[in-house]
Design a protein around this ligand. Sequence first.
Ligand code: GH3
Ligand code: MG
Ligand code: MG
Ligand code: MG
Length: 298
Amino acid sequence: MDSRKLLLIDDDRLQARIVQQQLKAFHGEVYAFEWAATYEEGLQRLLSGEHTACLLDFQLGPRDGLELIREAKEAGCEVPIIFLTAESSSSIDIEAMNAGALDYLVKGEISASMLERSLRYALKLSETLAELKRLATHDALTGLLNRREFNRILAEETERAKRFGRDFSLVLLDLDHFKSVNDTHGHPAGDAVLRETARRLGGLMRKVDRLARFGGEELAVLLVELDAEAARKLATRIVEVVHGTPYPLDEDGKELTVTISAGVAAMPHHATTAKALVQAADKALYAAKSNGRDRVEV
Ligand code: GH3
Ligand code: MG
Ligand code: MG
Ligand code: MG
């Protein structure tokens, strides 16, 4: 069973001991336990994002847990927070839920089973959120980043490149005569070619590179710290890895030779905005198509 980490933010040492004790009663599941005794330490730990759930006390010295929830949410924290209050049915519970707490437990009334139920709920929620996030940022057919997420990353990278004077490059790719692949072998075969192309490209990327499905049969690669010449070399390898090995077709061992064209543009050499960079790469891609396809243009 994988280890999950629970964060308790509470200035009361006794409460910390009770919770830690109750976690031991869980059915064979390992919950690592971390205790923060102050507002500042608690917030800092919470923002590390390494916890499955957080139990948060209301009274925390001169500040309170409501403030902490709001501050954490503002900083983008997505860890489910379970609020601990001193007495039941106070307006503080409602305020805590409104501020973004997932649940609340009344101190002194917390049993191991209540804690377990609340934590299971929190865990389920964070898994659901993670899945929704994946669906919103990735393309279902290829598993690559979708265009919206790629554009977000591109804008972020453009800002970073400007601020720190770094190079980065964009490669736009478009499968050649893809309409005829569909027309000749059927749409499912076309889908398989797209998936296989995504897989082959993934094998050429460094961990920091970002690969996206930009449109129908168009892919995009963002290459950090690579100038136009280095990006051209990588794009050439992409073109070779597509052309070099025939793609298997479903029908009795038949194979299909596929080619792809690439357009490269580099920041800041060809453009200084994300929009202009995409335009420059698109123009280069158009040139690759006009010059005979199955090639790279910069
Ligand atoms: P070119 O070399 O000029 O790029 O020619 P092309 O035939 O690839 O270009 P065109 O833009 O005319 O056709 C693109 C084709 O890609 C048409 C469309 O049906 C197909 N396509 C787009 N998305 C998908 C997809 O998800 N699956 C499949 N199977 N085909 C797709
Ligand atoms: Mg307290
Ligand atoms: Mg196209
Ligand atoms: Mg095409």
